[in-house]
Design a binder for this molecule. Sequence first.
Ligand code: AMO
Length: 431
Amino acid sequence: MDLNKREYVKDVLNKKDNSKVIVAGWVEKVKLMGNLNFINLRDRTGVLQIVAKGFKELSKLTPESVISASGTIKKGQKKSGEKELILDNYEIINPAETPLPIDIFGDTTSIDKRINYRFLDARNPKINAIFKIRSNMFKSIVDFFSKEGFIKINTPKITAAGVESGSELFKIDYFNKKAYLSQSPQIYKQMMVAAGFERVYEIAPVFRAEKSHTTRHLTEFIGVDMEMGFIQDENSVMDVVENLIKYIIKDVKNNCSDELNLLKVNVEVPKSIPRLQIKEVKSMLKEKGKKLSDNDDLDSESEKIIGEIVKKKYKSDFVFVVNYPWDKRPFYHMKSDNDSKGTKSFDLIWNGVEIGTGAQREHRYKILKEQAKEKGIDLDKINGYVDIFKFGCPTHGGVGLGLDRMVQCLLILNNIREAILLPRDPERLTP
Ligand code: AMO
């Protein structure tokens, strides 16, 4: 059968009666009724009923086999009048063995086993829909940044040192030298602002050697990082992040309504995202029985509670928490103007999960050196970083967002592993 002439199910369903077509896809179901047999054929666009008069050998056709089929389009017998294909001929491209190792269309297989067989799992239209939406989110982010004049950069993922003090590095053997997998493009995005690009972004893998067994941590995730120059303060960055979020949700709603319906997800474009001082947030938490000291960070439980409070009080799924304590922020965050214990920083929380961290950066060489010293970091060890601030660097700031967490939050998935095709965590290196 000539696969060059193959048409998609979605298009075939709109053809006039008596049109001759060739389709190809996976056998979802075979119904044997003696002389009149039926095949449900699925491709990436939908499911088509094939009516086979005769073809007794269809009893041997196993579910999930891949076939091509030719025939004539006719209005079907169903009430909906949906078109069917009256089969002339078919070819088995690849037969599927039985039994299938997972329950593709049911919910009896554990997520762990489903991921072992992701190439089967993703044949479920609901799973497929998650990744179509994820793909659209990626496109929305690229569209938004391009529209806003950001340049897309690609930075090395094999590096000599890290800058994210809190997270662990994966060591690699680099021709007998020590090297690490990149835990953030932080240095490079700041470097490219100083290089004169002013506005840069990157969407790329980020590696974290954290032994976290949670529903929101991966050891390899996709970071959406941006950095922008000549900012007034951290609010300039939050303005852009807020517009990005609105753009993504609007775009996904416009382009993925079928997938959102299939997943029964209703998302609203936020009107505006409240910006709350961390001190204020801590007193709200205290009222709910969660006590944190001035220097504490928000743990995941606090983020969950604050998500609920904000939803009730501000009718918002999102909140920016601002002015995190210097104790808990990396050395490159700028300290607050009137409070050396605070920073010009923020986290973005979506339905109780942190999806982004950002700040105005310290661009003044001397002060940056002092801040590094205060945190016990030897700046000489990250030479490339120091030089950025010696030869003309504007005020700047940026954010790092986690794409996988954003997909998880948008689709209200209970595990980040549902939001990424092939997750990596402390226990998983395959497939
Ligand atoms: P941070 O370390 O907070 O900040 O990371 C930014 C965002 O990345 C996501 N994220 C993760 N997603 C999945 N698994 C993980 N283990 C994981 N760790 C982080 C989260 C988080 O908000 N350089 C700064 C960003 C900046 O200031 O521009 C940074 O990397 O969504």
